[in-house]
Write a protein that binds this ligand. Sequence first.
Ligand code: AMP
Length: 432
Amino acid sequence: MNILIIGNGGREHAFAWKIRQSPLCANLYVAPGNAGTSMLAENVSIGVEEFEKIKVLCIDKKIDLVVVGPEVPLVGGIRDFFESDPALNQILIVGPGKEGAQLEGSKDFSKQFMLRHNVPTARARTFHSHETKEAIQYLENCIPPIVLKADGLAAGKGVIISPSIEEAKKEISEMLEQKKFGDASAKVLVEEFLDGIELSVFVLTDGEDYVILPEAKDYKRIGDADTGPNTGGMGAVSPVIFADSTFMKKVEEQVIKPTIAGLKMENISYRGFIFIGLMNVKGEPYVIEYNARMGDPETEVVLPRIESDFLKLLTAAAKGELKGKKISIRNEFAATVVLASGGYPDAFEKGKVITGISTDSQSTLFHAGTKTHDNNIVTNGGRVMTATGMGKTLTEAVEKAYRLASTIQWDGIYFRKDIGQDLLKLESANKA
Ligand code: AMP
């Protein structure tokens, strides 16, 4: 098969790495890709929203399967674009259409969807831009902390947790009236705060059947011990020890099954990933959010744990043939540490020469913001690489990830030092 992966992050490098291992993979392309994907595939300099150029590429390279990495082209309707074009509609795609991608593209849509299908979630109310007065009145009776969510895509920044009613009032005015997040905050959800431990569960579905991929926990804040501003993610681990079989059974029965049945009931054809952000509140799962794609850096711990031929599963999902398909998962731990540019998530410099990449480190060193320049690999983004370690225990996986991370250098490199430590503490508390 000829395959095109769309995107340029660590997630897409991990996709390329895993797809390359399949005997079914003939030619592999990544648009636009990064320095890491160029070692496994042919990078094509096309942006993720340049659908017309993607069309030409697909025809030219006789692409059989397109795997869409990020949310922007999904919400922008890349599947609908392919399906409505006779020259493209035979090409298989992993990723939902515009309607299904609303699960991620609109927090109001996804909240109403969860309520319609009895999926456990936090209570919330949505306010439109002309309803600031009503929103402020409503906040009077809320119990802090208060969660405010911009309805639309805001590059992971649209959620604000306010410690007081006063601050929430100020924030909601900025969001609704001053359009703090542009059109994304034309609607804002005021949501009840869920107190628990977060984890993410990933499902690959063809709209009828599904396989559950390994779960993961990510680390969103820039600083150790979850301090400082939010980022796209600074590390991840899988499996998550508190997601035992009892909890995962609840997730499957109370969340996954009603979600897939709900999509079907609403005639939303969905072939792709559903990323379910969950809060474990005293052993009960609540959905915080859906995403219409895999997470980054979670993919960099999820895929190394999958033993099955991933390309076969992707193809089955895209064809609507997941029925009876099983996924085999390695009984190992994986941890990944994101190596970031100093200054991220605020201003940072690009173009720093990266050293220390050896051939044997490449297998689980996934590139994100990198590019090749004058025969060097240089930094080209905030999150530059992720270093994944695998082991029989979480301790071993974490150690290996940090050992790999420590071999990489550039001027200003930054990474968190505590990925997995919270789970290791929880593990030893459980044993005591
Ligand atoms: P989201 O973009 O919806 O994933 O939200 C970003 C982050 O905000 C989540 O990863 C949670 O840490 C936090 N969050 C979102 N909703 C809630 C909630 N209802 N209660 C507590 N924390 C939340």
